[in-house]
Write a protein that binds this ligand. Structure first.
Ligand SMILES: [Zn+2]
Length: 300
């Protein structure tokens, strides 16, 4: 009886331990995080192979610092890494084409603001011209329709019908002109908006620079979302990269998001890869990042 009781308790205990073991979270860095490369939007102008080698470079930095294997590339991993093209890269590409570079100093902000204001004024003028042409078109079109009605009622002369044909051609030309103007307006508006975004980012960088000197600053700039790590309850975690203009920046963003995938949070050093803003242009982890990793992984 006692023996049976002991076996039962021990057995239940073992099952309990087993279940406990299954739900127990694994300590950080105790087993490699597997990652797979998902879709890489062709508009980034980078091949999937190049993207995957940037990911290996990012991962390599953490592994070298830890002196151990932290990641394994697989077809399908715990983390799927993708390059997602949206407004952010669209704006970057447009600013690049315009030769606009974003910096946080007062001079470049003022220069950007000048450029923005000039473009916005040109856009306003173009809108007014469009409205004038459109008004002329509406008036001409109404006259033409009146003429057509006269023609159908039989009260028009041969001259009237020739004039009507000339008018029809003129109206068609106006329709074409309006279409061209409208397309140009759309382009202009996108450029004005891109510059407005550049101004926002310049302010953010400026605020950050100010924060370096003034740690009691009231409002902090929001995290610049060049990339995003999302952990999901079902284990399908994702890293999405949204915007980069250089290899170093891509590697830096990937290193930041892989850092999150390891379990790292943000650090206070603006030059670190794990800083909340994407300010490092080296794409390399620094000493602050290494210290954070060692603390997380309990390494010497
Ligand atoms: Zn982050």
């Amino acid at each position: 009886m006692l023996k049976k009781f002991i076996i039962t308790v021990f057995g239940l205990g073992a099952i309990g331990l087993y279940i406990y073991f299954l739900v127990l979270p694994t300590p950080p860095c105790s087993k490699p995080v597997t990652y797979g490369i998902g879709t890489v939007d062709t508009r980034f102008g980078i091949t999937k192979d190049a993207f995957s080698s940037a990911a290996r470079e990012a991962v390599g930095q953490w592994e070298q610092a830890a002196g151990k294997h932290l990641f394994t590339e697989a077809l399908v991993g715990d983390v799927m890494v993708s390059a997602v093209y949206d407004k952010r890269q669209e704006v970057r590409d447009r600013l690049d084409k315009m030769g606009v570079q974003i910096a946080g100093d007062k001079e470049s902000f003022t220069a950007l603001q000048k450029k923005h204001d000039a473009l916005a004024a040109a856009y306003d003028t173009a809108i007014r011209t469009y409205e004038t042409v459109y008004a002329r078109y509406t008036a001409e079109d109404a006259l033409y329709k009146e003429g057509v009605a006269r023609l159908h009622s039989g009260s028009a002369t041969r001259d009237d019908s020739r004039l009507l044909e000339t008018k029809r051609l003129a109206i068609n030309a106006m329709v074409d002109e309006l279409a061209i103007r409208k397309a140009a307006l759309k382009e202009q508006l996108l450029s004005v908006n891109a510059l407005a975004e550049a101004l926002n980012q310049s302010v953010q960088q400026h605020n950050t620079a100010v924060d370096d000197f003034n740690t009691v600053s009231g409002t902090l700039p929001k995290e610049y979302e060049g990339g995003l790590y999302k952990s999901a309850a079902d284990g399908n975690n994702t890293v999405a990269i949204f915007t980069f203009t250089s290899h170093a920046e891509l590697v830096g963003l990937l290193a930041h998001e892989f850092g999150h995938a390891l379990g790292l949070g943000h650090v206070e050093d603006p030059h670190a890869i794990m800083y909340r803003l994407n300010l490092s242009n080296t794409g390399r982890i620094n000493e602050t990042d290494v210290q954070a990793l060692k603390l997380l992984c309990v390494l010497k």
